[in-house]
Design a protein. Structure first.
Length: 383
C-alpha cells in the first residue's frame, strides 16, 4: 500500500485508554461525519489498545472483548465503513501489548488474517514485550509482509517510539508511518519536548513512511486519560501547527463528541491541513536562529522557523515559539529563494486568520509571544 500524504483520523488512546466500547466507536463514527471531520480529511477511526480478551481462543485467535464489543469487531468495522470512514485497530510486536493484552509475536500471519477478515484498514503496531534477541526491523517487516499477504490494503502504523534507531531501518520494513517519539501527554512540556525531538532529527519524513510525533491533544482541555495539565488555545494552535508543518500524521485524541469551538477552529483549518497534506511531501527546512539576527530568545532554544516548499511552488513559513521568552524573527525573499532574476510577485497569507499581511521592504518581520505560533503561505506568481 502506498500512502502519499500523512494519515489523518482519530485514535481512542489519549482520552479513553481502556474505557472503550462499541457505543463509543459508533457515536464517534457518527460525529466524525456530522461534525465535518471526515470531509476535512480525518478518515481513519482507530481503536487503540485494550479491545481484546486477555487470552486467545483455543485455536490461537485474538478475541474482541464481548463485554466491550458485544456485536463483534466485524460488525463494528461494518458500521464504521457504512459512515464512509476507514477502520483501524491495534496490536504489538511482543508477546503482550503495552497494556498486557495478547501481542502478535509468533501469531503475525494469523492476526493479520483476523484483522483482514474483520475489515481493518489500518494497524497500529506497538513495541512492548519484545522477546530478547529479536530485532525491531525483523518484527515490523514480518507483520508488514503478513498484512500484504492478506490481500487487503491495510495501512501499517509502526509504534517503536524512535527506539533502537528506528529512523535507520523503518522505511525498509514497509511501514507507512512510524512513531518517532515517546508518548504524548496533555501538558505543554510534553508537546514542547516532542517538537524538540522532531526538530532534532530534522523531520525525517518521506511519503509512504511518515514520522509520527504522536496523537494530537488539541481539544482535550485537561479531561482525557492522558491529560496532565490542560493546554490553552495558543498552545493547541502551536501544537497542531507544528505537527502539520512537520508532516506528522494528524490523529485526533480528544473526545470529538465534545469538541469546543477552539478545537474546531484549529482542527478544521483547511489552509494548515493543506500544508500538511501537500502532495510533494517536502521536509520543512529549519532556518537557524543565528541566521535571523536580533533574537530576543538569544539561543534560539525551543524556537523554530520552518520553511516548506509546496507542490505548486508556494512556500509555507511557520514561526513556533515553545520558549518562555518572546521570539523576534524576520524572513527576507532571499532566505526563501524569492530573490528572482525576473519580476516575481508574492502575497503572504496568515493561515490562522486568513488575511493577507503587508510586508515592509518585502520582509516578513514578526514578534511571536511565548507558546504561540504563526504560519504564513507565500503565494508566488511569476511575471
Ligand atoms: C504505547 C503507545 C501508545 C498506546 C499505548 C497502548 O505506550 O506508544 O500510543 O498505544 O502503548 O497501551
Amino acid at each position: 500500500m502506498f500512502v502519499q500524504s500523512p494519515p489523518m483520523g482519530f485514535n481512542t488512546w489519549n482520552t479513553f485508554m481502556e474505557e472503550i466500547n462499541e457505543d463509543l466507536i459508533k457515536s464517534t463514527a457518527d460525529m466524525m461525519v456530522e461534525s465535518g471531520l471526515l470531509a476535512a480529511g480525518y478518515n481513519y477511526l482507530v481503536i487503540d489498545d485494550c479491545w481484546a480478551l486477555r487470552e486467545r481462543d483455543a485455536e490461537g485467535n485474538l478475541v474482541a472483548d464481548p463485554e466491550k464489543f458485544p456485536s463483534g469487531m466485524k460488525a463494528v468495522a461494518d458500521y464504521v465503513h457504512s459512515k464512509g470512514l476507514k477502520f483501524g485497530m491495534y496490536s504489538c510486536v511482543g508477546t503482550m501489548t503495552c497494556a498486557r493484552y495478547p501481542g502478535s509475536y509468533g501469531h503475525e500471519y494469523r492476526d493479520a488474517k483476523t484483522f483482514a477478515d474483520w475489515g481493518v484498514d489500518f494497524l497500529k503496531y506497538d513495541y512492548c514485550f519484545r522477546p530478547k534477541n529479536t530485532k525491531g526491523v525483523d518484527l515490523y517487516r514480518k507483520m508488514a509482509i503478513a498484512l500484504k499477504k492478506t490481500g487487503r490494503d491495510i495501512l501499517f502504523s509502526a509504534c517503536s517510539w524512535g527506539h533502537d534507531e528506528t529512523k535507520e531501518w523503518i522505511d525498509a520494513t514497509g511501514a507507512n508511518m512510524w512513531r518517532a517519539t515517546g508518548d504524548i501527554k496533555e501538558s505543554w512540556q510534553h508537546i514542547r519536548d516532542l517538537a524538540r525531538q522532531g526538530a532534532e532529527m530534522n523531520f525525517r519524513n518521506w511519503a509512504n513512511c511518515f514520522a509520527d510525533l504522536d496523537m494530537l491533544v488539541v481539544g482535550m482541555n485537561g479531561e482525557g486519560a492522558c491529560s496532565i495539565t490542560a493546554c490553552n488555545a495558543d498552545e493547541y494552535r502551536t501544537h497542531f501547527g507544528f505537527w502539520a508543518m512537520a508532516g506528522s500524521p494528524l490523529m485526533i485524541g480528544c473526545d470529538i463528541r465534545k469538541m469546543d469551538e477552539t478545537a474546531k477552529e484549529i482542527l478544521f483549518n483547511k489552509d494548515i491541513i493543506a500544508i500538511n497534506q501537500d502532495s510533494d511531501m517536502n521536509r520543512p527546512l529549519q532556518i537557524a536562529a543565528s541566521d535571523e539576527q536580533g533574537d530576543w530568545n538569544e539561543s534560539g532554544e525551543d524556537t523554530y522557523t520552518l520553511v516548506k516548499v509546496l507542490e505548486n511552488g508556494d512556500i509555507a513559513v511557520g514561526f513556533f515559539n515553545f520558549s518562555e521568552k518572546k521570539m523576534r524573527r524576520y524572513v527576507t525573499p532571499s532566505m526563501l529563494g524569492l530573490d528572482a532574476d525576473m519580476p516575481i510577485q508574492f502575497k503572504v497569507k496568515d493561515l490562522w486568520n486568513g488575511e493577507y499581511v503587508e510586508l515592509s521592504n518585502e520582509t516578513l518581520f514578526r514578534i511571536i509571544q511565548p507558546h504561540c505560533c504563526e504560519i504564513y503561505r507565500y503565494e508566488v506568481a511569476n511575471g
